[in-house]
Ligand binder design. Structure first.
Ligand code: UDP
Ligand code: MG
Length: 323
């Protein structure tokens, strides 16, 4: 495994990439001077998340001229957080920074992150102080998301801290121990409670290409975030059930008393409403239960959430080839 050499180099920069051909040259042009300027040993772990475009070809071409660029290929598209997991597991740095490929997070901030880490912080969050380049929809949904998650996870959760962050080797090793199947690192890392610091930055527009987080994926991330951290929706189902049960009792009393007095509620509308309403409540509660049971099932199955097809750091022959 890639962690045999864990801690031997100072910094790893993990970059998940899914169909990012449009940004690679721009990314390398901006990232490389920053990392070279640190004057320390580093590696860049580009995790190809099953791209179907020229991402891998372009990365390979870049790696010819940039020996610190390492390419880890996943066999199929496994999602942003799974790609991050692959990168975190294979990174060898004493510190590991995760960065998006699209330059929405400025690589220049890595220098400051490293400085804060060397001063003692185990986690340094990149906090988006300004995201005016995002769409109104993205901003509003993000605000609602962080507000909800702060209620669930706790106030130590930094708002507007996405996946641009530095973590120490201790944090990486702790994360590796967790059996989480759908990790949401922006919540998981603060929940570990390591000493932390923040670097604030202005979120830029995507360099090129399209977002890889369309609405269904945003919803999936939000639901993973909730389900990973709380069973409150199940408790809500209990209250919903209790509420409808009490409503039923009232209706039953109303019906019986009415009947005894010779007044019956006419027509089938009342029946129809009652059956459909309570049928609906039951299905919602059952669905919620199923969501959690499904998670338990997946955890018990314990299948890997990603498959690494190749890693350029391991392709090198153990002994230099004789020519
Ligand atoms: N990404 C990935 N696998 C996916 C989707 C996204 O590795 O299935 C990567 C993507 O290449 C990018 C990062 O995750 O480096 C964040 O995606 P994006 O910038 O599209 O998200 P947004 O900034 O729009 O939320
Ligand atoms: Mg982006």
């Amino acid at each position: 495994m890639g962690t045999d050499l864990a801690g031997e180099i100072t910094l790893s920069v993990v970059i998940p990439m899914y169909n990012e051909e449009a940004v690679i040259s721009g990314l390398v042009a901006r990232l490389r001077p920053v990392l070279d300027g640190l004057h320390t040993e580093y590696e860049v772990v580009a995790v190809d998340d099953g791209s179907r475009d020229a991402t891998v070809a372009l990365l390979t071409a870049q790696a010819d001229e940039w020996p610190q660029l390492r390419i880890v290929r996943l066999r199929r598209n496994s999602g942003h957080q799974a790609a991050l997991t692959a990168g975190l597991h294979r990174a060898r740095g004493r510190w590991v920074v995760s960065l998006d490929a699209d330059l929405q997070d400025p690589p220049e901030a890595i220098a400051e992150m490293l400085r804060l880490a060397q001063a003692g912080a185990d986690v340094v969050y990149g906090v988006r102080a300004d995201r005016s380049t995002d769409t109104v929809f993205k901003r509003q949904t993000a605000r609602a998301y962080y507000r909800l998650m702060r209620r669930i996870v706790g106030a130590e959760l930094p708002a507007q801290a996405g996946d641009f962050r530095l973590v120490s080797r201790d944090v990486v090793e702790t994360l590796r121990q967790l059996p989480e199947r759908t990790p949401v690192y922006r919540l998981l890392v603060p929940a570990l409670g390591f000493p932390s610091a923040e670097v604030r930055y202005v979120r830029e527009a995507r360099l090129a290409g399209e977002t890889k987080y369309p609405l269904p994926r945003m919803i999936a991330l939000a639901w993973d975030s909730v389900a990973n951290f709380t069973a409150a929706p199940l408790r809500l189902a209990t209250w919903l059930g209790l509420g409808s049960f009490l409503a039923c009792l009232a209706l039953i009393a109303f019906g019986i008393v009415g009947h005894l007095r010779g007044v019956t509620i006419p027509g089938w509308t009342s029946l129809f409403v009652a059956v459909l309403l309570f049928g609906g409540v039951q299905l919602v509660c059952l669905g919620l239960l199923g969501e959690y049971v499904g998670r338990i099932y997946a955890t018990v199955q314990n299948r890997p959430t990603f498959h690494v097809g190749s890693d350029t750091a391991e392709d090198q022959p153990a002994t230099p080839e004789l020519s």
